[in-house]
Design a protein. Sequence first.
Length: 360
Amino acid sequence: MRAAILEQYGTPLVIDEVDLAPPGPGEVRVRIRATGVCHSDLSVQAGRMPWPVPAVLGHEGAGEVVEIGPGVRSISVGDHVVISWVPLCGECFFCRRGQPQLCVRQRDFGTMGDGTSRLSRAGAPLSHGLNAATFAEEVVLREISVVRVPEDVPFEIAALVGCGVLTGVGAAVNTAKIEPGERVAVIGCGGVGLNVVQGCRVAGASTIVAIDPVESKREAALRFGATHAAAPDEAPGLLASLTGGVGPDAVFEVAGRPELQRQAWDLARAGGRAVMVGVPGVTEETTLPSLLLTILEKKILGCSYGSSDPRRDVGRILDLWRAGRLDLEGLISHRLPLDGVNDAFGAMEAGTAIRSVLLP
């Protein structure tokens, strides 16, 4: 089968033939029908997010189960599934404490549960990018890494739910727990940021200020539910005006940059929340004023995968989409074949894409 391989950091992905081993115990083989191109894939490609290479990247996908391994009980051949790049073991400390987004099985870093890969090229193993490897025609995954969805859900819609939508909407609903009438700001209005905007709208926020230096992204944010939009230099004054100088109840940083994490904390009101959704480079750090950390009582909330339980939240997201309360079709700005993955990365870096979807 064909797959997109990152051979070394900072180089374009290579489309090549790879071998896929059959599913082992507790594993399923999925024919990928659609896979979104997420900023985390670009971060791995650029070397900002370390991952074993060579690797087949991609983690936001959906497809059809074509084979199951021994012992698989919850999934059948023919099922349509969303890929969860965080396995959901249900048994570790975090799963049992209701925090499956922190499941210890996600720390396998590119291998399956037995420590080996199911992907290889010319006999040499390839890493499963972000434990999913969806930039491929097919992939073998653990049973605990797929969530069944109704067959009438288009694959490209289901794929987006697997990461960008779940992360963004979850950041608002699960992590920040936005309440009706709250005033919020969202820094960074790419694919995930727009879903934070949608999540805040669904949760009942009265004021949603979208902050981004790119005018087209600000315009997109207004279409997805922001009440106001501002360039970064305009944002402090606008937020002061809208909140009577108090500041927003919650500010989301969705770009993954330390200086913007600091801005999120600065903009949030005393007693408010700064929600860190974007993924910075592994060596980057954010500095905050120690005295004000104490006396202003601002809460800093990390957000991984929207603090979501995909087994619960994928269905909820799709229900909101069916009810017309979430716009998922509008997120797709580019549809490309697998060979177009590097073009999708280029559009993301240029700021001209909301979400590119590959159709292997």
